[in-house]
Design a protein around this ligand. Sequence first.
Ligand code: PNS
Length: 171
Amino acid sequence: MEPTSRLAICPGSFDPLTLGHVDIIGRAARQFDRVVVAVLHNTGKAPLFTVPERLEFIRATFEDNPRVEADAFSGLLVDYARRRGAAAIVRGIRAVSDFEYEFQMALMNRRLAPEVETVFLTPAEEYSYVSSRLIKEITALSGDVSGLVPDPVARRLAEKFPAAPEAATEG
Ligand code: PNS
């Protein structure tokens, strides 16, 4: 990387990547020279998708955007950000309800690494209600999430949760 180029980390679970994430990552890539979408190896949660699957979704979605890279990390986010020489951590804020948690995390990360700034971006309104948790819940119950997740994610969700035959859905 050029010494003057500015790198941002977009950290998260991305289980799975949604079009809300894609919107925020795209906005970050217009503000920074490079964006690393950093998938947390979270041993505490039982994810739907493995880390390699989640990385593959990100790579497939941003294959035409040379500014965007996918990587996995474990441990403290600020340690990873320092290793990567990041200027900023980018987080999306969808609604006021996100703010308290994000604000607390940003201040704690600043205490741990004052040189790494947290930048909040807001997604397009049409994605302001989209979350990975709801995507998983709706798909598991045979609901339609088209237009809310990238195509590679939609295909894998359809494989994981084949729609139940109509005759078998009601008593
Ligand atoms: O998509 P998520 O689950 O909201 O992302 C949360 C994430 C990965 C940004 C957060 O859990 C995190 O940074 N974890 C790494 C461990 C860490 O640094 N914890 C201290 C945060 S102040």
